[in-house]
Design a protein around this ligand. Structure first.
Ligand code: BGC
Length: 806
């Protein structure tokens, strides 16, 4: 232990006190030993440090900080150096705001397009997400503060995120859901990891020995800190045993006392606590070092804004450009239509929300873009129904224009933490407007603002389509620079756009049932499924257009990697994202037709040719063998593919790779869907064969009284009238707040109350309600109203008395 000497000077109480927060965002300090607090703050695309009273829900405004494009956006740049730059600038702002641990990046896989937090995550591919994450972490941590990758792991939906049990087979877990974290740990060297709220194969991730000990600590040799997601600690001792050092936020000493009792009773060895303290001290001391010297308390707001713009420019994806309508020809008259042009949609809702230092809106930047606008019309109500008057006005303007820029997208409430989207559509009133505009002027360029994939049955009504995702505070200006041709677009999608939601592989199993969600599609998420099962998509993974063209030639493959030539055959400079995919010619072990194993973004001048090299690494040929419980390599001939997207392979070669000799872990006959890749409707029986066990009952047990881990939502069948009343009042409050337009408050109710387990009342109220009081509340909910009420009061008196003694 690094801090052995210091730890020997600490009392048991002091050691335990370090294991949970001092308040909502800070860790405990021990002044007499020179141990200071650490400040942890969201978030992944900008700092959210609250000025006034801290509250996780973000009701209190945070100190202004640069709002960079969200992770889903920067992912489209496919530029790891750019990711490092974002991290670098985030790190600088973290220093300026005295933040030790930045709670990001979020690196969960986009298993399903409806996940409400997809805008915060990078990709549907673990290699891509891992590489981007490692670059962010390097940038952030170059300042001496810590990043915090989250949410470890298999937190791929918001619905019941605090209670759902994710059922996933070991190979899929390793290959799809953990690889990005593995890269973040091994290559990014993240100093902090946040465990997720959900369970994994039965145990809360935070207590899951397999995940936290066997994989994270032993296999990956992780020696950093694990922090719970806010309010996500369940059994504190089980968490500590699994290696969770820090529980956040404060529990007012409740769980510290549990730790002390566990040590006194012999349930927990003091050694375990000491080792956790040691790792936490390392984080506290190393991230506080920078604040002990003179440090920059300010950052250059304008400069950071410009960087946010550059990042957005490189992340915008051109999806359609019929008749080469873009870049807009000089002198063309443009009608600007759509609410999003006036009021930019630039980030998502929830804990990642940033209070921007500056905010660009399209209409405010138009003049400097050099594009000739003949006027603006709102066209639709962001939250309203079809408005004929707005449509008519937009059409009269469009009639007079050469080209229409139509700004459409999803509103702020639809993509939010705590809630999944209900469908993949953009609102009908926007589509109605598009159809009406198309009748008067077919030269429409749609500019899309949203952080995740949407269906586009209207795609043939637009000639141009530019997807800005959620471009941060300077995103609006960045988009105009692409439209005008000042910037040549170079973004490519980091997720597939299916034709219809029903065609997504997890459609049948998202968001699962009451108690669990079964990942029956296994490895086949995103392009791994569409490609293998031969399902047509709207836009494939890795797709994006440029104003120039690139030609690929001269592939050469050897044991170290692949090289090839890339020529810019157009007449302007541009950047191309070249992607390396690998497929295996043997069919002994089921796998996706191809998997991303490398990528590079290359700047090439018009007419120039460059040689590109993409090296192989430890992940190029590996698969996880569930018999040997190790990564193995199958001896076979492998296809090496270089593509402009996952569906546009330009060069191909093969290479023979010697294997590790492990035997095939599957019985092919019994897993026909997995071997064929037709994984969107797998039976329970076949899934159980893959899992090698039965799936747990996926419904709530309505016969039992409600307990700590049951959620407020489950009060709908509580034994006591009081419990059912709570349920109906919450549903009513949500409904009425939504009706009167208080949508974000309504969303907060769903996010923070409806799906919260009862124990959250004690974990998230900073000690106002403790566990014994919670026992009383549960009695009330379960039908013993008066007995429970008396218990609550009795325990409250005890708590006050204890506080007075201390
Ligand atoms: C979110 C985390 C976030 C934390 C602190 C949680 O609800 O899931 O991503 O970092 O709150 O705000």
């Amino acid at each position: 232990m690094k801090y052995k000497e210091l730890i020997t000077q600490m009392t048991l109480e002091e050691k335990a006190s370090l294991m949970s927060g001092k308040d909502f965002w800070q860790t405990q300090d021990i002044k007499r030993l020179g141990i200071n607090s650490m400040f942890l703050a969201d978030g992944p695309h900008g700092i959210r440090r609250q000025e006034a009273a801290a509250d996780q829900l973000g009701l209190n405004a945070s100190i202004p900080a640069t709002c960079y494009p969200t992770a889903a956006t920067v992912a489209n740049s496919w530029n790891a150096d750019l990711g490092e730059k974002v991290g670098d600038f985030l790190g600088e702002e973290a220093i300026a705001q005295k933040v030790n641990v930045l709670l990001g990046p979020g690196i969960n896989m986009k298993r399903n397009p409806l996940c409400g937090r997809n805008f915060e995550y990078f990709s549907e591919d673990p290699y891509h997400a891992g590489k981007m994450a490692a670059s962010y972490i390097r940038g952030i941590q170059s300042h001496g503060v810590s990043a915090c990758v989250k949410h470890f792991a298999v937190n791929n939906q918001e619905e019941r995120r605090m209670s759902i049990d994710t059922i996933v087979d070991e190979r899929t877990l390793r290959e799809v859901y953990l690889t990005a974290f593995e890269i973040a740990v091994k290559e990014g060297k993240t100093k902090t990891i946040m465990s997720s709220y959900n369970r994994l194969n039965g145990d809360y991730t935070n207590e899951n020995q397999h995940l936290m000990q066997e994989i994270l600590r032993k296999e990956w040799n992780y020696d950093g800190v694990v922090v719970t997601d806010w309010g996500g600690s369940n059994d504190r001792i089980a968490g500590l045993l699994a290696g969770n050092e820090l529980e956040m936020p404060t529990t007012d000493g409740q769980t510290d006392r549990e730790i002390i009792e566990a040590i006194k009773s012999g349930k927990l060895e003091e050694k375990v606590l000491d080792e956790s303290v040691d790792r936490l001290l390392d984080l506290i001391f190393s991230t506080n070092e920078v604040f002990e010297k003179a440090y920059k308390k300010e950052f250059d707001v304008e400069k950071h804004h410009r960087v946010a713009q550059k990042v957005a420019e490189e992340s915008i994806v051109l999806l359609k450009n019929e008749d080469n309508l873009l870049p807009l020809k000089f002198g063309k008259k443009v009608a600007v239509v759509g609410d999003f042009a006036k009021d930019a949609r630039y980030q998502g809702a929830g804990s990642s929300i940033v209070n921007p230092t500056i905010l660009d809106h399209t209409m405010n930047c138009f003049e400097e873009s050099g594009i000739l606008s003949i006027g603006y019309e709102r066209g639709f109500d962001r939250y309203g129904k079809k408005n004929v008057e707005l449509i008519n006005r937009a059409c009269s303007l469009a009639e007079k224009a050469d080209v229409v820029f139509l700004y459409i997208g999803l509103d702020e409430m639809t993509e939010a933490e705590g809630l999944d989207r209900k469908n993949m559509k953009i609102p009908d009133n926007q589509v109605d407007l598009l159809y009406a505009l198309h009748k008067v002027n077919p030269n429409i360029v749609a500019i899309l603002s949203c952080g995740s994939a949407v269906e586009m049955p209207w795609i043939d009504k637009v000639k141009g389509l530019l997807h800005g995702y959620l471009g941060g505070q300077a995103g609006a200006r960045a988009i105009l620079r692409v439209l005008s041709g000042d910037v040549n677009p170079s973004g490519k999608l980091a997720e597939t756009y299916p034709l219809r939601y029903e065609e997504t592989p997890s459609f049948q199993n998202f968001p699962g049932n009451e108690a669990s969600v079964e990942y029956r599609e296994a490895l086949y998420i995103g392009y791994r499924y569409y490609d293998t099962a031969d399902v047509d998509v709207l836009f494939p993974f890795g797709y994006g257009l440029s104003y120039t063209n690139f030609e690929y030639s001269d592939i050469h493959v050897d044991k170290d990697g692949v090289t090839f030539k890339l020529t810019n055959t157009g007449d302007i400079a541009g950047m191309e994202v070249a992607q390396l995919y690998v497929g295996c010619e043997s069919s002994e072990i089921f796998r996706a037709k191809k998997e991303l194993k490398g990528f590079d973004k290359i700047f090439i001048n018009a007419g120039e040719t460059k040689t590109v090299a993409i090296p192989f690494d430890d992940k190029t040929f590996r698969y996880f063998n569930v018999r040997t419980n190790k990564w193995e390599v199958e001896e076979a001939e492998y296809e090496i593919m270089i593509g402009a997207s996952s569906a546009d392979i330009r060069l191909e070669d093969t290479i023979f790779i010697e294997g590790t000799g492990a035997s095939v872990p599957y019985d092919k006959e019994k897993l026909p869907s997995y071997y064929s890749g037709n994984a969107n409707n797998i039976s329970k029986e076949e899934f159980e064969i893959l899992l090698e066990r039965e799936v747990p009952v996926s419904t709530w047990d309505r016969t039992k009284p409600l307990g700590y881990t049951d959620t407020i939502e489950q009060c709908q069948y509580a034994k006591g009238l009081f419990g059912r009343l709570i349920y109906h009042s919450i549903v009513f409050a949500h409904w009425s707040l939504w009706k009167i337009g208080k949508r974000s408050t309504a969303n907060l109710i769903m996010m923070s109350i409806y799906h919260m387990p009862f124990r959250g009342i004690a974990r998230l109220t900073g000690g106002i309600v403790n566990m014994p009081m919670l026992d009383g509340i549960l009695m009330m909910v379960n039908g013993q109203f008066f007995k429970g009420l008396r218990h609550v009061f009795k325990e409250r008196r005890k708590k006050i008395k204890l506080a007075n003694i201390n």
